[in-house]
Design a protein around this ligand. Structure first.
Ligand code: 13P
Ligand code: SF4
Length: 328
């Protein structure tokens, strides 16, 4: 079984899906869990996976920071990443000797697509000596040009840890703005945006607060604009958002991030009332039970990276993990 037993999975899925849908999912969930054992595979699942993938088959679930850490620590022979391509690449960078698979190679990311290695080289030439921090939502080639990576869980901390008054921060301009407001360092950014998180405005928060009579805790991801984040009670990585729900004072939670996380949390916290978004990430949604079953069965689609790119990119990813988890 995955992170949840079959009983727990069924209990959770029955709160969201009708019985005939669960009847269709269950044989696939069982087949995938059998294949995992047979092939000594571990399935990592991002918090934006749909509930069937999240609760039914993923062995380890979390945000991109935690999943990166776990990808580097597993002793499984195969890592299958239920997430997007840059996450599977990060797993390959940290576990280059393992077979790393993703169920659909087209599961990309608008942020990762917004920047190339040449763009980073051009910025480095324009600002010689200025350290480059890149959000993990970028290709392995971009990571190879980077001094240190960050995720939404540690962006502020990583920027502040650098011994420089100026920092190049790529590729998410909104995350850069949200870091900028809390640091004295000058941030040089790039116009990359998440296609899901750029959709929502401060007005969405204002109107929802009014509708719920003020008794609402607003939680947002830092890939939103500064105006949205400033109007939230808390902003953090997907796992930090989940932790905040645990201690949120109000019953009503306005959860502004990708759609499936609202579904997953509704099942995890039945005592809370979630108002959430129905905007899905089309890339994350490419990962389905059928495709995961086929990927495991045929051991496809494998992530291949140039060894030199792995060597360079590994420096920036491990530096982030060492700083974040305080290891030397
Ligand atoms: P987290 O690192 O917060 O899990 O976010 C990854 C992501 O792609 C959000 O859109
Ligand atoms: Fe990329 Fe946005 Fe999808 Fe996250 S939600 S994977 S940042 S496009």
């Amino acid at each position: 079984m995955g992170a949840y037993t079959e009983e727990e999975t069924l209990d959770k899925l029955s709160k969201l899906y009708i019985p005939s849908e669960i009847d269709q999912m269950l044989p696939l969930i069982r087949e995938i869990n059998r294949l995992k054992k047979e092939k000594n595979a571990v399935l990592l699942g991002h918090n934006y996976m749909t509930p069937d993938v999240f609760y039914g088959i993923s062995d380890i679930v979390g945000d991109s920071l935690y999943l990166s850490k776990m990808a580097g620590e597993t002793d499984a022979d195969i890592i299958l990443f239920n997430g997007v391509h840059f996450m599977a690449e990060t797993a390959k960078i940290l576990s280059p000797d393992k077979k790393v698979l993703i169920a659909d190679l087209k599961a990309g990311c608008s942020l990762a697509e917004s920047i190339t290695r040449d763009d980073v080289k051009a910025l480095k030439a324009q600002y010689p000596g200025v350290p480059v921090v890149t959000y993990v939502n970028c290709s392995a080639e971009v990571k190879a040009e980077t001094d240190v990576c960050c995720t939404s869980a540690n962006a502020q901390f990583i920027v502040d840890s650098l011994d420089s008054d100026t920092v190049i921060f790529l590729p998410d301009e909104y995350l850069a703005q949200n870091v900028q407001k809390n640091t004295k360092k000058k941030i040089i950014s790039h116009p990359g945006r998440c296609m899901v998180h750029e959709m929502y405005t401060p007005m969405d928060i204002e109107i929802t607060r009014q509708r719920l009579g003020g008794d609402v805790t607003v939680i947002s991801h830092p890939e939103y604009s500064r105006e949205v984040v400033d109007r939230s009670d808390f902003s953090g990585s997907t796992s930090q958002m989940i932790d905040f729900v645990r201690s949120a004072p109000s019953k009503n939670i306005l959860l502004i991030t990708e759609c499936s996380m609202g579904d997953n949390l509704r099942m995890e916290f039945p005592e809370k009332h979630f108002v959430s978004t129905c905007q899905t990430c089309p890339h994350m949604k490419k990962i389905t039970l059928e495709k995961v079953r086929d990927a495991l069965l045929e051991e496809k689609f494998e992530i291949h990276l140039d060894p030199e790119i792995i060597r360079l990119a590994k420096n920036s990813v491990t530096r982030m993990l060492e700083l974040s988890y305080n290891k030397k």
